[in-house]
Design a protein around this ligand. Structure first.
Ligand code: XUL
Ligand code: CO
Length: 434
């Protein structure tokens, strides 16, 4: 049995005055907000890949972490890794976790051997989950790390890779169903291109649409009741990713008839890479009823790449949860920490502290968001700003035509009077809560 975190006790809520770095100061699972437990609002998940599979490498250097489960190419170390993961889940007490197939099992010499390894670990998870409350938020397939995926998965110019991708996703959906997962995620790792000189963009998009339809058909075939989610990201690893942002994904889903079957898993860092704020992405998805889940992290604002840091900015997080609460909150989705330590943060304690801090920041943001919802100040300001549209005249105008509108404007019946957007007043309002 792993004792990777041997001297770290389960993290308890001690309240905002606590100075204990290994305690929650805001995350209090049973605290009621807007009639619902905090744990049920946030639905935290730990990401297996960043916390247990990533070894600390960056483009300039290799592994910095030395864990007892390294190297990760054997089944005994895969089990040790699972032991450490569940040990951390027990310490944090978060309700969910997430994985890619490649995070949890060693790659075999053949598809069949990789699958055998995977199924053995899924059984090991099943055993561990049977004595705990921890659940699977989502499973997904890593179709971007191995060299076979270098030109994409479902968008690969080689039909054999499309087939390998389809078979891989089938196995990951089966495992997600087996573990009672509440969602299945597809992030288009290398579904994009480097240069149009060698890329038939239209054909690749059609293949991706067909692939996603196969995924949805299979979901219904096996009776998976969870949600299928796609995760937008504008670049990295491909220079041009097809799932650029929420709006691009929504357009794609509509084109391929999937708008009622697939929702979005939105990630803070990906929003930043796309030149958006996280709340923009969330509001875009909720406006279409397509918000599924979120990957919570933070990108460095200077670096310009996907730094996947743990969240540490309460005002940003508060606005994200404000839009989530406004849309009615999560259903199958939750808050997955798609976040990794800095590569100098070597210790087991760093891994726990990172999650404790992230969970606390999200709890603080949620409390601020719930307070703003209950106060209703932003909603009142919004209603006031758009009040003109509630008048019978505006409704009639909207249902009329250019000629009629022209007449009313031309004869002076309609004459716009500019009004303040009150941005600073609203920013000051938000600052009262965060
Ligand atoms: C990559 C990313 C992935 C997905 C799952 O940037 O966010 O970890 O969340 O494949
Ligand atoms: Co992600």
């Amino acid at each position: 049995m792993s004792t990777f975190f041997h001297d770290i006790a389960p993290i308890a809520y001690e309240g905002p005055e606590s100075t204990n770095p290994m305690a929650f100061r805001h995350y209090n699972p049973d605290e009621m907000l807007m009639g619902k437990r905090m744990e049920d609002h946030l639905r935290f998940a730990v990401a297996y890949w960043h916390s247990f599979a990533w070894e600390g490498n960056d483009p300039f250097g290799g592994q910095t972490f030395e864990r007892p489960w390294h190297p990760q190419d054997r089944m005994d170390t895969a089990r040790l890794k699972a032991d450490a993961a569940f040990e951390m889940f027990d310490i944090l007490g978060q309700p969910y976790f997430c994985w890619h197939d490649a995070d949890v099992r060693p790659e075999g010499d053949s598809f069949a051997e990789s699958l055998k390894n995977f199924e053995e670990i899924v059984s090991y998870f099943e055993e561990k989950m049977s004595t705990r409350k921890i659940k699977l938020l989502w499973g997904t397939a890593n179709m971007f790390s191995h060299r076979r995926w270098m030109s994409g998965a479902s968008t690969n110019p080689d039909p054999d890779v499309f087939a390998y991708s389809a078979a891989t996703v089938k196995t990951c959906m089966d495992a997600t169903l087996r573990l009672g997962g509440e969602n299945y995620v597809l992030w288009g790792g290398r579904e994009g291109y480097e240069t149009l000189l060698n890329t038939d963009l239209g054909r690749e998009l059609d293949h991706m649409g067909r692939f996603l339809n196969m995924v949805v058909d299979y979901k219904h075939k096996i009776g998976f009741k969870g949600a299928i989610l796609v995760e937008p990201k504008p670049q990295e690893p491909s220079k041009h990713q097809y799932d650029y942002d929420a709006a691009t994904c929504i357009g794609f889903l509509r084109k391929y008839g999937l708008e009622n079957e697939v929702k979005l898993n939105l990630e803070q860092g990906h929003a930043i890479l796309a030149g958006h704020s996280f709340e923009h992405e969330i509001a875009t998805a909720t406006a279409e009823g397509m918000l599924g889940s979120i990957d919570m992290n933070r990108n460095d604002y200077q670096s310009g790449w996907d730094t996947d840091q743990f969240p540490n900015n309460t005002p940003e997080v508060a606005l994200c949860y404000y839009h989530i609460l406004k849309s009615g909150g999560f259903t199958t989705g939750g808050t997955n920490f798609d976040a990794k330590l800095r590569r100098q943060s070597l210790d087991a304690e760093d891994l726990i502290a990172a999650h404790v801090g992230g969970m606390d920041i999200c709890a603080r943001g949620l409390k601020a968001a719930a307070a703003m919802m209950e106060d209703g100040g932003l909603e009142t300001a919004l209603n006031t700003r758009y009040a003109g549209w509630d008048t019978p005249e505006a409704k009639t105008m909207l249902a009329s035509d250019l000629d009629t509108i022209f007449t009313d404007v031309h004869n002076g019946k309609i004459s716009p009077a500019p009004k303040s957007g009150r941005q600073e007043i609203l920013e000051n309002y938000v600052n009262r809560f965060v």
